[in-house]
Design a protein around this ligand. Structure first.
Ligand code: SF4
Ligand code: SF4
Length: 134
């Protein structure tokens, strides 16, 4: 069985964004998703809202569901979406990003920062107008 990619979107941003660009990058194997094998699965969810506490319950639930299908959580890679990690047209970076990362890592999940890279946002990052996520 291949890997499972879970993209976590900012709950606030999902009022404005369907998540299409993240999903499309995954299926096009672009940017942050370029190196995943063809049998990799994809799912997305929101953080559940500030201050990211619902991540705990959501990943308790996911862990149980994965165990039921004998899917090893070592094969899960969680991406905190770019709208969480970086300035964007929607908002500033999430002040709880590292807290959520810590919750997920303590639960045994691998976490990567970033997902879809908007060309406009990247240009603003390179110009110093937007902060980079590191
Ligand atoms: S916790 Fe962060 S990612 Fe979640 S809604 Fe609030 S700002 Fe967005
Ligand atoms: S990174 Fe962009 S496309 Fe992905 S969920 Fe956030 S705003 Fe939407």
């Amino acid at each position: 069985m291949g890997k499972l990619i879970v993209v976590i979107q900012c709950d606030d941003v999902t009022k404005r964004c369907s998540g299409f660009a993240c999903m499309n990058d995954f299926y096009e194997r672009a940017g942050a998703f370029a190196n995943y094998d063809s049998d990799t699965r994809y799912m997305s969810m929101t953080c559940g809202g500030c201050c990211g506490n619902f991540i705990t319950a959501k990943f308790e639930h996911l862990t149980k569901k994965l165990a039921k299908i004998n899917f090893d959580k070592q094969d899960v890679i969680v991406h905190l979406a770019s709208c969480i990690c970086s300035d964007s047209a929607h908002k500033q970076p999430c002040p709880f990003m590292h807290r959520m990362q810590n919750i997920l890592e303590r639960k045994g999940y691998a976490v990567k920062l970033g997902s879809h890279i908007s060309k406009k946002a990247q240009a603003k990052r390179e110009a110093g107008e937007y902060k980079s996520w590191n």
